[in-house]
Design a protein around this ligand. Structure first.
Ligand SMILES: Cc1cc2nc3c(=O)[nH]c(=O)nc-3n(C[C@H](O)[C@H](O)[C@H](O)COP(=O)(O)OP(=O)(O)OC[C@H]3O[C@@H](n4cnc5c(N)ncnc54)[C@H](O)[C@@H]3O)c2cc1C
Length: 428
C-alpha cells in the first residue's frame, strides 16, 4: 500500500488550494491529490460567466448562509474570514497569518501567478478568462502533489491515519488503460475532504463526499440547491405572459408570511418562474423540501426605488395627463400584468406575490446549500473535531452569495487546512 503524509480527496479549487499550500509550506511532504473526474478543477472554467469572480473587497458574515443550527454563525464566520468583531475588511491583527481578502489576492498573484483586476469590488483574473485560473491551478497542483484520477469510495480512520480506497478512472488520462475501474487503497497520515457538494454534478461534485463524510460519522445536514432559479407553483398564467422580460425589482423570499431574505437587481421573468441574480441570492431559502406548514412565496416589488406614496403621485399625474401610467415599468410588463385594472395600482406594482413550487435542480444551481455541519469544524484549522479530517470548500454547510464569496471561502479554507497540516508537523 502506498503511504502519504497527506491525501486530499477532491481536486476542485478548495482541494487544490490545500494541496498547494501544504506543499509550499512543507517541502518534501508526500501529497496525493485524488480526483474523481478525468481532470482537475473542471468547475473553475464555468465560474463568473467564464471570467471567475474569485473574491470581493466587501467581506462580511452577512454574505454567507448556513443551516448549521448549533453554531454561532457570526462567531464562526468572523473567525474563519478573519474579521474583527464589528465587521470590516481589515484583517484581524490577532492572527499572524492573513486570512482576509488580501490572502486570496496574494495566493492568486504570488502562488498561481494570476494577475487580478477589480470591478466595483469584484475580483477577476485580468485576462478576463476563468481558464487562466484553472490552468494555473492545474500546473501548480501537478508540480506540488502526485495527482491521481480515481473516485474515492471509502475512507477509514486507522490508528496511524486514514485508509482511502479509490476506484481508478485515470487509465485514459495517463495511457494506462488497465487501471480503469481498479480499486486501489492508499494510506495517509492526514486527510483533507474537498469533494464539493452536488451543484453542477457533471463537473464531478455528485454528493459522494457527503456519503464519505457520513460513513465516517461526520454530521452532514440535508443539502439543497442554492444560487438558482425558482419555479412558480402555477406558471401557466402570469409566467407565460411575462416570459422574456428583464426588470429591475426587489424580491423577498417568504415562508408562511415570514420574510427570510431580500435582494434587489435585474430579475429575469421566465415562462417557469423567476431567475437572475437577486432571485439566486434568495433561492436557498425556498429550495429545500417543503415540510408541513411551509408556504414558499416570492414577493416582488417592481418599483423598489419609489415609496408607495411617491408611486401613487407618479401614477396619478400620468393618468391626469395621458389617461394611463405607462413609462414607469417595462412596457411589456405593464401590458402583461394589467396593473391598470387595479384600483390601487401603486400597491399592485409594489406587491406581486408568486407561490413557489421548487427550485431548479442542481444542474442549474451554482452552489449547494447544507453539507458538513460547521459546529464540529474548527474555523481556524478546518479540522473536524471527532475524526481529525480537514474539511474544506463547498462540502461544508456554508454557502455564499453571488459576488466571489464561494470561491473566497474555498480558497481561505484550503489555505487554512494546508497551513494547519504544516503546523501539525511543527508541534509533533
Ligand atoms: C456555473 C457556476 C458559476 C459559478 N461562479 C462562481 C463565481 O463566479 N464566484 C464564486 O465565488 N463562486 C462561483 N461558483 C461556485 C464555486 O465555483 C464553488 O463554490 C467552488 O468552486 C467550490 O469548490 P470546491 O473545490 O469546494 O468544489 P468543486 O469545485 O465542486 O470540486 C470538488 C471536486 O471533488 C471531486 N470529487 C467529488 N467527489 C469525489 C470523490 N468521491 N472522489 C474523488 N474526487 C471527488 C470532484 O470531481 C471535483 O473536482 C460557481 C459555480 C457554478 C456551478
Amino acid at each position: 500500500m502506498k503511504m502519504y503524509d497527506l491525501i486530499v480527496v477532491g481536486g476542485g479549487i478548495a482541494g487544490m488550494t490545500a494541496a498547494i499550500t501544504a506543499g509550499k509550506c512543507q517541502p518534501g511532504l508526500r501529497i496525493l491529490l485524488l480526483e474523481g473526474k478525468e481532470a482537475l478543477g473542471k468547475k473553475i472554467a464555468l465560474t463568473g460567466n467564464g471570467r471567475c469572480n474569485f473574491t470581493n473587497a466587501n467581506m462580511s458574515p452577512a454574505y454567507y448562509n448556513t443551516d448549521s443550527a448549533g453554531v454561532d454563525r457570526d462567531w464562526w464566520l468572523r473567525e474563519f474570514l478573519n474579521l474583527p468583531k464589528e465587521g470590516s475588511v481589515t484583517a484581524c491583527p490577532a492572527e499572524e497569518e492573513d486570512y482576509g481578502v488580501s490572502a486570496v489576492l496574494q495566493f492568486m498573484k504570488d502562488e498561481l501567478m494570476v494577475l487580478c483586476e477589480e470591478k466595483q469590488g469584484y475580483y477577476y483574473p485580468s485576462s478576463g478568462q476563468a481558464q487562466t485560473v484553472q490552468t494555473a491551478y492545474r500546473r501548480l497542483a501537478n508540480r506540488l502533489a502526485e495527482v491521481t484520477y480515481g473516485k474515492v469510495k471509502n475512507i477509514e480512520k486507522t490508528t496511524d491515519g486514514y485508509r482511502i480506497t479509490a476506484e481508478h478512472t485515470d487509465g485514459a488520462a495517463r495511457g494506462k488503460k488497465g487501471s480503469i475501474g481498479k480499486e486501489i487503497t492508499y494510506q495517509g497520515t492526514n486527510c483533507i475532504l474537498a469533494c464539493g457538494g452536488t451543484a453542477y454534478p457533471k463537473t464531478g461534485s455528485d454528493g459522494s463526499g457527503y456519503m464519505l463524510a457520513r460513513r465516517m460519522g461526520i454530521r452532514v445536514n440535508p443539502w439543497h440547491p442554492g444560487l438558482c432559479p425558482l419555479i412558480a407553483a402555477q406558471p401557466e398564467g402570469i409566467c407565460k405572459k411575462w416570459a422574456g422580460i428583464r426588470a429591475h425589482a426587489s424580491v423577498k423570499a417568504v415562508n408562511a408570511g415570514r420574510i427570510l431574505a431580500a435582494a434587489e437587481g435585474e430579475v429575469q421573468l421566465t415562462d417557469y418562474g423567476l431567475s437572475g441574480i437577486p432571485v439566486f441570492q434568495i433561492s436557498r431559502f425556498l429550495s429545500d423540501s417543503k415540510k408541513e406548514g411551509d408556504d414558499y412565496r416570492v414577493y416582488i416589488d417592481f418599483v423598489p426605488r419609489l415609496s408607495e406614496a411617491q408611486l401613487q403621485y407618479e401614477i396619478e399625474r400620468r393618468i391626469a395627463a395621458f389617461g394611463d401610467f405607462r413609462g414607469i415599468i417595462h412596457e411589456k410588463l405593464y401590458d402583461a400584468m394589467e396593473f391598470e385594472k387595479s384600483k390601487t395600482p401603486w400597491k399592485a406594482m409594489k406587491h406581486v406575490e408568486l407561490a413557489i413550487a421548487a427550485a431548479k435542480g442542481y444542474d442549474m444551481a451554482q452552489v449547494c446549500a447544507g453539507g458538513i455541519d460547521l459546529t464540529d469544524i474548527n474555523p481556524k484549522t478546518m479540522q473536524h473535531a471527532g475524526t481529525g479530517v480537514y474539511c474544506v470548500g463547498e462540502i461544508l454547510d456554508l454557502d455564499g452569495l453571488c459576488g466571489g464569496y464561494n470561491i473566497h471561502a474555498a480558497v481561505i479554507g484550503g489555505i487554512r487546512a494546508g497551513r494547519s497540516i504544516h503546523d501539525s508537523y511543527l508541534t509533533d
